[in-house]
Design a protein around this ligand. Structure first.
Ligand code: ATP
Length: 303
């Protein structure tokens, strides 16, 4: 199935380096001296049987857990020890195994929240500021009170507020347009004003991807994005992942569906019991006796 892959667009330049990472939960060694590099522009699959350490690896990359030892570098900078929002701003976004949207917000608002994680001035904050400023009309009508100094001071304050407001309005408008573009990109633009909880399961999964893309990531980590999908939806997801990569975003994919993984990834890293047991092209990994043994549950030398 490797022939289904699009041409590798990786530049050969490392984007994310997992350097000898070990992560323990008490007595459980979830990651055991794991090493791999993700190259800019590639789609890398991270696979392995249940409990192999895939999600823990995502969690270590995105600041949920700190490695017990070893280091993760992104774009040359150390990730380990940074706060989650800092890592988002560095350019790593993710989706979750279990969908984590804001169910009582509209699809569009969910994407705006993603954009907000990135912006210097908060777009969501701007919406609230709009109400606050609109509630103070007396400051403009009383502008002549207090003589010339008071007038100048009030005019300056009003000017600053109006200037600040217009900047926020412009920023909010740009964010809205971008969010609508992302909803269009993932194919749920018709549902933009619908509450997230009313979207179908497949639409919610796509919405999660749009929200992650709104943070303008260099790297998008997808944790089992095809879980619960029918074959047609999996085919559409495969296309979407390729399109995401074609926009210049590097993709790290955890997925149990082998057809999807083999069809869309450029390279694959295989974990088992927290250790990396194989790495290579989809064809190499598919034919690796250690991988076959890990999946079939038989010793490698007997596979
Ligand atoms: N927060 C935690 N506390 C304790 N143990 C944990 C925690 N998270 C994961 N583990 C353990 O670490 C190991 C790796 O789990 P992880 O969820 O990373 O595997 P996975 O490869 O993502 O599995 P799956 O495919 O089932 O999602 C497992 O033994 C798991 O029980």
């Amino acid at each position: 199935m490797a022939e289904l892959n699009t041409t590798t667009r990786a530049t050969g330049e490392p984007l994310l380096e997992v350097d000898n990472v070990t992560l323990r939960f008490g007595g459980v060694v979830a990651l055991d001296s794991v090493n791999f590099t993700l190259y800019r522009g590639e789609i890398l699959g991270l696979i392995g049987p249940n409990g192999a350490g895939k999600t823990t690896c995502f969690n270590a990359m995105t600041g949920v857990f700190r490695p017990t030892s070893g280091e993760i570098r992104f774009d040359g900078e150390r990730v380990s020890g940074r706060k989650r929002y800092e890592i988002t701003r560095m350019g790593i976004a993710r989706t979750f195994q279990n969908i984590r949207l804001f169910p009582e917000m509209t699809a569009l608002e969910n994407v705006l929240v993603g954009a907000d994680a990135r912006h210097r001035t908060s777009v969501v904050g701007a919406l609230f500021r709009l109400y606050r400023v609109a509630a103070k009309p007396h400051e403009l009508t009383e502008v002549t009170a207090g003589g010339l100094p008071g007038m100048v001071q009030r005019l300056r304050r009003a000017g600053q507020r109006i200037f600040g407001l217009s900047r926020h309005v412009l920023e909010e408008r740009a964010a809205r347009e971008k969010a609508e573009g992302l909803l269009r990109f993932v194919g749920v633009e018709r549902r933009r004003n619908e509450l997230a909880r009313n979207l179908s399961y497949g639409e919610q999964r796509r919405l999660e991807i749009a929200r992650a893309l709104a943070t303008e990531p260099k790297l998008l980590c997808l944790d089992e994005p095809a879980a619960g999908f029918n074959p047609a939806e999996k085919g559409q997801l495969l296309q979407l992942i390729r399109q995401i990569r074609d926009t210049g975003v590097t993709v790290l994919l955890i997925e149990h569906d082998m057809r999807l993984v083999m069809g869309v990834t450029d390279r694959i890293v295989v974990l088992e019991f927290g250790k990396k047991i194989a790495e290579g092209s989809p064809a190499e990994v598919r034919d690796d006796p250690k991988v076959i043994a890990a999946y079939l549950g038989v010793p490698a030398d007997a596979a």
